[in-house]
Design a protein around this ligand. Structure first.
Ligand code: T4K
Length: 392
């Protein structure tokens, strides 16, 4: 059921939602189509291990992204681990600290040290101007993150990687359906990794995808995600279990059919928020480049405490009290999480832009589970919190 709320008008008491309104409610495509696929799957008794739905999804992804090889995986974290390993990354790899912790964990899990490079506060991405000074003899690669679905500095990162003979991959967990320079994200670097987690714009319950034009790398990743098996009894490589199941692929095939609708809803929601919050002092909504394809999955606010007269944390707290579960992604930054904060106790001093941004950013609920009237009510709430009529 959709969240309902009381007291919507500007003049009445502030709106308050009866049920929690979350960031990251899943988009779900046509239920009948999904159930029909699940019935097919059960009739076939082929539930996982490169089944027909997984193969169909991989082929459709290749067409959609314009990339030669698409490998469906159980989630993006394992996909990142396998991809970095298949590329032979080791030693140190340069990453942004302002990302979901999985970007760093996927490296550290293999005892590769994530070296955090500060971000550009306007893009929220790794600052390409700072990368070269962080390269050491131990550096083997760079992981760029297309945070919020906005492409990071793909061209500059590609040049730096080529110049220093480093591997380059992109954590494209947020960027399915987005483009850079008119070309779909998925085709850049040595490989790109998408997340199809339930909270993502496009989901397969849990899931991920590696996209690469490098056939040799793709072959290695295919082996590694299936224990290194070639045929029935022959293991020719070290591997793990990174496979996507058939039920997840069934969800993916179904959701692919509703992609345009998901984007349309997110787009409408995003502009409704921008309209509702425009002119509010100290509140800005991050922008998307309309010349590119975007999925508009993230309504990201930056709060300037001095101008707004209220801190980001106080605003989030006040919204939670009204059942609007705004999120502080990606506070406090990977460098302030374990094990990294113990490994690099002073790293926050070196990352002033990340430190500042992590105190300012918050996300609001969007997606097909959110109604326009919810958005209007959330905007009214935020206005009232900022103008002081809600805070006690
Ligand atoms: N790289 C980046 C940049 C990423 O953002 C992520 C994942 C990854 C890599 C790794 O991808 P995966 O290995 O997950 O494929 C969530 C997700 O678990 C995670 O996938 C995502 N990023 C991250 C940004 O968000 P949490 O710890 O915040 O999840 P949680 O349980 O608080 O859920 C988020 C919100 O979604 C809640 O408010 C409730 C709502 N929700 C969640 C689920 C699962 C629902 O309404 N229904 C649901 O089924 O990490």
């Amino acid at each position: 059921p959709n969240a309902s709320f009381d007291n919507m008008t500007e003049s009445s008491a502030p709106p308050s939602f009866k049920e929690k309104l979350h960031v990251g409610r899943p988009n779900v495509g046509n239920r009948e189509a999904l159930l029909a696929r699940i019935n097919d799957m059960l009739d076939r008794r082929w539930l996982t291990n490169n089944g027909p739905f997984v193969q169909e999804l991989e082929q459709k992804m290749s067409e959609f992204l314009g990339v030669r090889n698409c490998i469906a995986m159980c989630n993006a974290t394992i996909a990142l681990e396998i991809t970095t390993r298949a590329l032979g990354m080791s030693g140190e790899v340069i990453v942004p600290p302002f990302t979901f912790v999985a970007t760093a964990h996927a490296l550290q899990w293999q005892e590769i040290t994530p070296v955090f490079c500060d971000i550009d506060p306007t893009t929220h991405h790794i600052d390409p101007k700072k990368i070269e000074s962080m390269i050491t003899p131990r550096t083997t690669g760079i992981v760029g993150v297309h945070l919020w679905g906005r492409p990071c500095a793909v061209n500059t990162l590609t040049e730096i990687a080529a110049k220093h003979k480093l591997k380059l991959i992109f954590d494209a967990a947020h960027a399915f359906g987005c483009s850079h320079g008119g070309r779909m994200i998925g085709g850049f670097g040595d490989a790109e990794v998408f997340s199809f987690h339930a909270t993502k714009f496009f989901n397969t319950f849990e899931g991920g995808l590696v996209a690469t034009d490098n056939d040799e790398l793709a072959q290695k990743i295919r082996l590694m995600k299936n224990f290194g098996f070639e045929g029935y009894d022959n293991v020719i490589y070290i591997g793990t279990n990174g496979k996507m199941t058939e039920i997840c692929a069934a969800m993916g095939l179904t959701n692919l059919e509703s992609l345009d609708e998901f984007i349309q809803t997110n787009h409408t929601n995003y502009y409704r928020y921008r309209q509702g919050l425009s002119g509010l002092p100290g509140v800005s909504v991050i922008e998307y480049n309309e010349a590119e394809r975007n999925n508009y999955q993230y309504v990201v606010l930056e709060i300037d405490e001095k101008m707004a007269g209220v801190s980001r944390d106080r605003l989030v707290e006040a919204l939670h009290a009204k059942n609007v579960i705004a999120r502080r992604y990606f506070y406090p930054g990977c460098h302030r999480m374990e094990p990294y904060r113990s490994y690099f106790p002073h790293s926050r001093l070196l990352l002033p832009k990340t430190e500042r941004l992590a105190r300012r950013v918050m996300l609001l609920p969007t997606g097909t589970a959110v109604e326009l009237e919810h958005i209007d009510a959330i905007c009214v709430l935020i206005k009232r919190i900022i103008n002081g009529s809600i805070l006690s």
